[in-house]
Design a protein. Structure first.
Length: 440
C-alpha cells in the first residue's frame, strides 16, 4: 500500500514565490515522489524548492511488477498569498504657499514608515509615523512619498503631488449666485456663466457625482452633473430649483428605501426639499446643506480655497478686479463663529477642506466637537461670502486681539496695526502724497 502526506507554508507577500512544501510521511520509503502545480505536468519533487501560490499535487509511486505498472498515491496542498499591500496618501491636493501644520497620512497599523518629500515643501518632525506634518514652501509644487512595511516584511510605495499656490486672492460665490441662471462669475482671470462654473467644478473634481452628508448612515444627498446640465434649457436644470436654499440648519433625515437625490422625489423628505409650496418646489430647506453644496462649488472652482487656513475669528478681505491685482473696494471684516474656529484649531484641522468635512459630518448626524449645527452652517456661509467675487486676503483679527494685516503699497487703502484690540485705523490714500485721511 502506498501513502503520502504533506504540509506547506504560504507565500509571505503577494507576488513572492517563497512558499514551501514538505512531505511529512511516505510509505514505502522507497517510493518515488513527483509534484505538479494545478493542471501542469508532474516533475521531480525537491524538498528544498520554494513555490508560488497554487494547488500542488504530490504523487508517490512504486512499481507493482505487473507489466511495468505502478502503485501510487496522491495528496494535495494549497499555497496561498496575501492580498497585494497597497498604500495611499491622504491630505490636501492644494496648499497655500508658506502654510504650516498640513497633515498627510497613510495606512495605519504598519510596522515601518519611511516618508520623504521633494520640491517646495518640508516635512517637520518625525518621518517614521503613519502621518507627517508638512510646511509648504513657495508657489509651485511638491511630491510627498512614503514606503510602508507590514509585519511580514511586505512593502508598498506611493506618492502624492501637491500644488502650492499663492493664496493672496481667493474667489468664492454665494448660493444666490449658484441659483441664478443668468449669473456671471470670475475665477482667476476667466469669466464663467453660472452653469459653466458648476460644470467646471465637476470637471475639476473628476467625477459626475458628489455625496454630501454620510452615506453609511443613510443621511446623505447625491448631487449629479446631470442636475447641472441634464436639461437642454439651462433654467430647467435641477440645481436652479434647489438653490438658494434656507429654513435653518439641520441633519439630513435618514432614508434607506432608495437613493437620496433630486431626481428621486420619494427621498425629498430627507434633505429636505420643498414639495408643497408651488413657487419653491425642489428648493433645499436646509441651510447647512445648501451652503455646503455652495462651498463645494467654490472649492473646485478656486483652487486656492481648499487649503486656506482658518486660524482666527475675523477675516480681512478686499474685493479685487477680475484677473488683476487692482483693488476695487475697501477692506471688509467677516466674523466667523468663535466656537467653530476654536474646534478647527484644536487638532481637527483648520483648512477650508476641514470645514467642508465638518459640515458633512453634521449633515450626516455626527457631532465632532459638540458644536451648534447653526454655528457650523454660519461658518460655511461666512467663507462663501468672505471672498465673494474674488477678494484679496489681508489677514485676521484674532479673538480679542489686535489686528493682523497685510500692508500693500499698491492698494488704495492700508490698515495700520495698533495695540488696542478693538480699534482699527485706516488711512487714505496709500502711499500718502500731501494730504491724508484717517478713518477710525
Amino acid at each position: 500500500m502506498v501513502t503520502i502526506t504533506a504540509s506547506r507554508t504560504n507565500v509571505t507577500c503577494n507576488g513572492d514565490a517563497n512558499g514551501t512544501i514538505t512531505v511529512t510521511s511516505v510509505t514505502p520509503a522507497s517510493a518515488v515522489i513527483t509534484i505538479k502545480k494545478d493542471a501542469g505536468v508532474y516533475g521531480a519533487y525537491n524538498p528544498s524548492a520554494t513555490y508560488g501560490p497554487g494547488v500542488y499535487t504530490l504523487k508517490a509511486s512504486i512499481p507493482n511488477g505487473n507489466a511495468n505498472g505502478f502503485c501510487e498515491a496522491t495528496t494535495t496542498v494549497t499555497i496561498t498569498e496575501p492580498p497585494l499591500l497597497t498604500c495611499s496618501i491622504d491630505g490636501l491636493p492644494t496648499l497655500c504657499a508658506l502654510s504650516t501644520n498640513n497633515t498627510y497620512s497613510t495606512n495605519a497599523g504598519m510596522a515601518k514608515y519611511e516618508w520623504s518629500i521633494t520640491g517646495n515643501g518640508t516635512i517637520v518632525g518625525s518621518t517614521s509615523g503613519s502621518s507627517v506634518k508638512v510646511t509648504a514652501g513657495a508657489a509651485g509644487s511638491f511630491t510627498i512619498s512614503v514606503k510602508v512595511t507590514n509585519g511580514n516584511g511586505c512593502t508598498s510605495e506611493c506618492s502624492k503631488e501637491v500644488k502650492v499656490e499663492p493664496c493672496g486672492i481667493v474667489c468664492t460665490y454665494t448660493q444666490g449666485y449658484y441659483g441664478n441662471v443668468g449669473g456671471i462669475s470670475c475665477f482667476g482671470d476667466k469669466q464663467y456663466t453660472t452653469q459653466g462654473a458648476m460644470v467646471d467644478a465637476f470637471t475639476n473634481y473628476g467625477a459626475n457625482r458628489v455625496t454630501f452628508g454620510k452615506l453609511a448612515a443613510n443621511r446623505y444627498f447625491n448631487l449629479y452633473l446631470t442636475d447641472i446640465n441634464g436639461k437642454a434649457t439651462v433654467g430647467d436644470n435641477n440645481i436652479f430649483k434647489m438653490l438658494p436654499g434656507g429654513t435653518g440648519a439641520k441633519v439630513i433625515g435618514m432614508f434607506s428605501a432608495s437613493e437620496i437625490t433630486f431626481s428621486n422625489t420619494a427621498s425629498w423628505g430627507a434633505p429636505p426639499l420643498e414639495s408643497k409650496k408651488a413657487n419653491n418646489i425642489g428648493k433645499i430647506n436646509n441651510t447647512l446643506l445648501a451652503q455646503t453644496i455652495t462651498l463645494w462649488f467654490n472649492m473646485y472652482n478656486s483652487s486656492s480655497l481648499s487649503g486656506f487656513q482658518i486660524t482666527d475669528d475675523t477675516l480681512l478681505t478686499a474685493k479685487m478686479q477680475c484677473g488683476t491685482q487692482t483693488q476695487i473696494g475697501n477692506v471688509v471684516k467677516t466674523g466667523l463663529p468663535h466656537s467653530v474656529v476654536v474646534f478647527l484649531n484644536s487638532g481637527y484641522g483648520n483648512s477650508v477642506t476641514d470645514l467642508f468635512n465638518l459640515a458633512n459630518a453634521y449633515l450626516g448626524g455626527d457631532k465632532p466637537g459638540n458644536l451648534d449645527i447653526k454655528a457650523v452652517a454660519d461658518a460655511v456661509d461666512k467663507i462663501n461670502n468672505a471672498f465673494d467675487g474674488c477678494s484679496r486676503f489681508d489677514g485676521f483679527i484674532p479673538y480679542g486681539g489686535a489686528m493682523i494685516t497685510r500692508v500693500s503699497s499698491t492698494s488704495t487703502s492700508s490698515a495700520v496695526q495698533l495695540n488696542e484690540p478693538n480699534l482699527t485705523v485706516t488711512t487714505y490714500p496709500n502711499p500718502v502724497t500731501d494730504k491724508v485721511r484717517f478713518v477710525v
